[in-house]
Design a protein around this ligand. Structure first.
Ligand SMILES: Nc1ncnc2c1ncn2[C@@H]1O[C@H](COP(=O)(O)OP(=O)(O)O)[C@@H](O)[C@H]1O
Ligand SMILES: O=P(O)(O)OC[C@H](O)CO
Length: 499
């Protein structure tokens, strides 16, 4: 019987399931969007039960729609939106509050307090992260402080916490496994990336009882077997990675110095930095890329909070396009943004600026500006933000990046990809299979069960599709880039004025 790997990709806006064969070809794909809740300005929540049901649903659909059944699945790999966190009751398995999403800013004032108390340096050294509401730790504290009875129950050992990988595996194994992997753990603000273990001092600082935490595993090993209704077939779950680390692996950036950028809701650029957790001097994050066969690989990361989401905003809020693909036609109807700059800081600014208070801003409008200029400026903002991160990465690593491997939903946009190559003055390479996040999870799972023997075998599977080479309009591009820096400076000033 033909065997396949099932990758589950639980993203910020949708749950996806993809069945891969040995050659890395996609045999089947099912996807379901789920509800985004915005209870207050700056707050973003998901219903954990909807996350579970949509993910279990698409997994079943992906298997069934190609006439396969569970016996065809050699292993399951899980990859997920990171930092988003769920707290649930150990006995009932029911969440005590919605999942607080990575984009949620409700703890930003508390984060500012932590900074004022002088914890920045220690937290960076221990976790590789900056103090920002982005990460899970302060979100968990908020739940314990604000949900009635939660703190007492947590102290009595009745509550569990988990990032989305943990929550899904808990449900797939009917509560048998409360685990996470090193990549997801490294995004919580509670995990020490030097000792590779939960950090007691940080747990104490954020007043989170240790009993709530999952056991931390490698990224590729058999963790347990499926037990819940449809999956009582005992399928091994054998790969876990946060979605950006999974994409780094799926892009086969397995050597130090290799870089990928994923263009989804946000943009996440990661560089493989080998086996040392070097601390960034340029406001990037140091994070765990994966741990395989006992060997840990680290990455530098630049996280951009709003990328493809700015296109959703043009569609859903401004309503100047009907679907995401229309943005390319609209933006290409003008040859430049004619001095319009859009800084889509809807969720503050991430790397390398780390300004939690920044808000979205459009500069340079004139009486002649149209929806096309705004659409173009929105697309360009994705490329400029990426440039800021890439420059920081080059400064940190001392490496001049020669090639950027790209993936994610927005990379279908050729105008954006060409503009990206121009702004960076670096070749931008789009692979044949852009589902690299799911592919990375499939590779991790497949390696653990011998579906693939080694990463070298997988290396053969990765193939390029399009190379976007920088054009020769250097002077004009450099002029445009100056305008972007002015816009960023002006926004920083605006933010300071607000405080
Ligand atoms: N043609 C396009 N041009 C620019 N952005 C696009 C285009 N098509 C889709 N997108 C954006 O890509 C994002 C979806 O990509 P995806 O990788 O599925 O994201 P996620 O995993 O974050 O849910 C959306 O934010 C969407 O607006
Ligand atoms: O769901 P995505 O693909 O937007 O990824 C979200 C990131 O993991 C957040 O850190």
């Amino acid at each position: 019987m033909e065997k396949y790997i099932l990758a589950l990709d639980q993203g910020t806006t949708s749950s996806r399931a993809i069945v891969f064969d040995r050659k890395g070809s996609i045999i089947s794909l099912a996807q379901k969007e789920f509800t985004q809740y915005f209870p207050k300005p700056g707050w973003v929540e998901h219903d954990p039960l909807e996350i579970w049901s949509s993910q279990a649903g698409v997994a079943a659909e992906a298997i069934a729609k190609q006439g396969l059944n569970v016996e065809n699945i050699a292993a399951i790999g899980i990859t997920n939106q990171r930092e988003t966190v769920v707290v649930w009751d150990k006995n009932t398995g029911k969440p005590i509050y919605n999942a607080i999403v990575w984009q949620d800013k409700r703890t930003s004032n508390y984060c500012d307090e932590l900074k004022k108390q002088g914890h920045e340096k220690t937290i960076r050294e221990k976790t590789g992260l900056v103090i920002d509401s982005y990460f899970s730790g302060t979100k968990v504290k908020w739940i314990l402080d604000n949900v009635k009875g939660a703190r007492q129950k947590a102290e009595d050992g009745e509550l569990l916490l988990g990032t989305i990988d943990t929550w899904l595996i808990w449900n797939f194994t009917k509560g048998n496994q409360h685990i996470t992997d090193v990549t997801n753990a490294s995004r919580t603000l509670l995990f020490n990336i030097n000792t590779m273990d939960w950090d007691d001092d940080l747990l104490e600082l954020l007043t989170i009882p240790k009993s709530m935490l999952p056991e931390v595993k490698q990224s590729s090993e058999v963790y347990g077997h499926t037990k819940s209704t449809f999956y009582d077939a005992n399928i091994p779950i054998s790969g876990i990675a946060g979605d950006q680390q999974a994409a780094l692996f799926g892009q086969m950036c397995t050597k130090p110095g290799m870089v990928k950028n994923t263009y989804g809701t946000g943009c996440f650029m990661l560089m493989n930095i080998g086996d040392k957790p070097t601390v960034s001097k340029n406001n990037l994050l140091t994070t765990v890329a994966w741990k395989i066969d006992g060997k840990t690989t680290y990455a530098l990361e630049g996280s951009i909070f709003i990328a493809g989401a700015v296109v959703q905003w043009l569609r859903d809020s401004l309503k100047i396009i009907r679907n995401s693909s229309e943005v390319e036609t609209l933006a290409s109807s003008v040859s430049s943004s004619e001095g319009v700059y859009f800084v889509p800081a809807f969720a503050g600014l991430g790397a390398p600026h780390w300004n939690q208070q920044a808000q979205g801003t459009i500069f340079g409008l004139t009486r002649g500006s149209t929806d096309a200029h705004i659409a173009r400026a929105a697309l360009e903002s994705i490329a400029y933000q990426t440039m800021d991160v890439l420059k920081a990465m080059e400064a940190d690593s001392g490496i001049s990046i020669q090639e950027l491997r790209v993936d994610g939903g927005a990379t279908v946009n050729n105008t954006l990809m060409q503009f990206q190559a121009d702004v960076l003055n670096t070749e931008t390479v789009r692979p044949k299979i852009v589902e690299t996040t799911a592919m990375g999870a499939a590779f991790l799972a497949g390696l653990a069960v011998g579906y693939w023997d080694n990463p070298e075998e997988i290396q053969e599977i990765w193939q390029t599709d399009t190379h976007f080479k920088p054009t020769d309009k250097r002077a004009a591009i450099d002029e445009n880039i100056k305008g972007w820096y002015k816009a960023i400076d002006a926004l920083e000033y605006w933010t300071k004025e607000k405080l």
